[in-house]
Design a protein around this ligand. Structure first.
Ligand code: IPM
Ligand code: MG
Length: 354
């Protein structure tokens, strides 16, 4: 089994290095797995003028899964859109048709204090956001800036969803719910937007084949409010690309530790790209203080979803829980005044706990 490692920018290289060390430890124990690195994002732009060079795509194509760090940084903000680091990410999603984005938000008991919400509101939280990732206003055409009939310049994007796109993500959500709390909440803005009324109709229709799962619908503004009011009411949330982008950032902060949250982006063949939810954190890049646990937990998701290595996945997750129980904390999840460890030390601890 081969994993393409695309570290990217900012803290990306530091955190993926720890995941690579975990992979090496698993390989030593007999898992037949190897890694190969390639450039993406700003790092790739610097080297080749393209945030997703052909050589990187080639490597991903011959791999079984992609482990992704993070992309972006202030240095690249002024570049024309096609050259920006984020384009590397968006093009990878589109190229491999990674339409199913799974973003779990779980609160580790040891870290309930880290949330800005009261511990009793978030303790035991375990929700899964299923975000559609290759459609919606992110990719809809036409888009751009033009001069309108009144002679004024206007910016425009197109929100659109094809029936097949809605059907396949709804199926993913119902199937995911079946392995969890058996409840799906579909989030839309059906009171205003045609596209999302259509979304609601199709999700309701797909539900006919998944009657053992409870389906509810919620408007996105209410969902944003309910997520901070009473987040434990949710099991699986399914929503479109843009609402999912926003709600998943909100949900991650409920856990108080964006540095802990993994994600998976899958296509219909279970090929996937796995990445921490947090970004490239340019402010702490290169300092050896970033939390590598979200990336290591993303590796666990990779082992489970793309490589079918459930036992290895659980081994990695158990090791992470163990180091938290031992009291090891990087700065982002530490209680004030308590001792912290650096990126590499955290990696060492996970490998020891394996
Ligand atoms: C995410 C990010 C990306 C997105 C950006 C970096 C393009 O915010 O993965 O949530 O908007 O999808
Ligand atoms: Mg986002």
């Amino acid at each position: 089994m081969k994993i393409a490692v695309l570290a990217g920018d900012g803290i990306g290289p530091e955190i993926t290095e720890q995941a690579e060390r975990v992979i090496a430890a698993l390989a030593q124990d007999g898992l037949r797995i190897e890694t190969e690195r390639a450039l993406v994002g700003g790092a790739a732009y610097d080297a080749s003028g393209d945030p997703l060079p052909e050589s990187t795509l080639k490597l991903c194509e011959k791999s079984d899964a992609i482990l992704f760090g993070a992309v972006g940084g202030p240095k690249y903000d002024a570049l024309p859109r096609p050259k920006r680091p984020e384009q590397g990410l968006l093009r990878l999603r589109k190229h491999f048709d990674l339409f199913a984005n799974l973003r779990p938000a779980t609160v580790f008991p040891e870290l309930a204090h880290a949330s800005t919400l009261r511990p009793e509101v978030v303790a035991g939280l375990d929700i899964l956001i299923v975000r559609e990732l290759t459609g919606d206003i992110y990719f809809g055409q036409p888009r751009g800036v033009r001069t309108n009939e009144a002679g004024e310049r206007e910016g425009f994007d197109t929100m659109r969803y094809a029936e097949s796109e809605i059907r396949r993500i709804a199926v993913i959500a119902f199937e995911a719910a079946r392995k969890r709390g058996k409840r799906v909440c579909s989030v839309d803005k059906a009171n205003v937007l045609e596209t999302t009324q259509f979304w609601r109709d199709i999700v309701t229709d797909v539900h006919q084949q998944h009657r053992d799962i409870e389906l509810s619908h919620m408007y996105v503004d209410n969902a944003a409010m309910q997520l901070v009011r009473n987040p434990k009411q949710f099991d699986v949330i399914v929503t479109g690309n843009m609402f999912g982008d926003i709600l998943s950032d909100e949900a991650s902060m409920l856990t108080g530790s964006i540095g802990m949250l993994p994600s998976a982006s899958l296509n219909a063949r279970n090929f996937g790209m796995y990445e921490p939810i947090h970004g490239s954190a340019p402010d702490i890049a290169g300092k050896g203080v970033a939390n590598p646990l979200a990336t290591i937990l993303s590796l666990a998701m990779l082992l489970r979803h793309s490589l079918g290595q459930e036992a290895a996945a659980q081994r990695v997750e158990t090791a992470v829980r163990k180091v938290l129980a031992q009291g090891l904390r990087t700065a982002d999840i530490a209680e004030q005044g308590k001792r912290t460890v650096g990126t590499r030390e955290m990696g060492d601890a996970v490998i020891a706990a394996l």
